[in-house]
Write a protein that binds this ligand. Sequence first.
Ligand SMILES: NC(=O)c1ccc[n+]([C@@H]2O[C@H](COP(=O)([O-])OP(=O)(O)OC[C@H]3O[C@@H](n4cnc5c(N)ncnc54)[C@H](O)[C@@H]3O)[C@@H](O)[C@H]2O)c1
Length: 241
Amino acid sequence: MTESTPRVVVITGAASGIGYATAELFRDLGDIVYGLDIHPTVPDGVTYVKCNVGNRESVKEAIAKAAEHGRIDVLANVAGIVQFGRFDTITDDEWDRIHAVDLKGPFMVMQEALPHLRATRNANIVNVSSVAGRVPQGYTTCYSAAKGGLTQLTRSLALELAPERIRVNAVCPGTVDTPIVSEVAEKYPDDLDPRVADRLMMMLPGRAISPAELGASIVYLASPAARMITGCVLAHDGGMS
Ligand SMILES: NC(=O)c1ccc[n+]([C@@H]2O[C@H](COP(=O)([O-])OP(=O)(O)OC[C@H]3O[C@@H](n4cnc5c(N)ncnc54)[C@H](O)[C@@H]3O)[C@@H](O)[C@H]2O)c1
């Protein structure tokens, strides 16, 4: 494979928000992009592959399809769901559902993709964690636990795969303007401490990050320019953390 050969890029969560914008960016670079999602609304020019990242069989089938060129050069784990509410209200089902998608999901996708990442040079993984996976954040304790796990999974796997020259990095977004944010806003309890709402919305530039801005960090970490970057946890949060 030469520098000019298009990369095979696999992105989970490509049907909305950050994953969608990231898929467009890679597509526009001329890469071969597979969008894995439970919903089919991936951008034009991106091959949709049905996948529930919380289910091993589904992940196995989807990765097999996405590896039809015999390799995967870039894997971006973007799919995620959010929990918001007081700690006392988290049910076992909610705990399991969030962890299945936000933590076990990337674990399974990376495990299934690894043989195909090993089949190419300069392979790398970018995991989308969260500001909540870097610093404490109230009212999202279940989500924070899952994203904190993903941050550490990223760093630990980077160490383990370094001898094979497979890079593993994470991006921790602050507030990005996507449907997930309005979902959280709808769950604010009436008596929510205003300092918590301020904390969730606090951005130094005074606005939410756009999905394409966040995607640019993913594209950078996946690029040859970041060849010597692995185990990095990049805070893309406007100074929030
Ligand atoms: N938007 C933010 O402010 C923000 C902040 C920090 C971290 N994040 C993280 O960024 C990632 C993307 O979030 P977003 O804001 O673009 O949200 P989004 O809701 O717009 O997109 C999430 C995508 O993941 C897909 N998805 C959900 N469950 C899935 C499953 N089981 N299998 C496959 N796909 C599934 C959805 O269909 C959707 O296309 C998430 O991991 C989220 O935790 C977002």
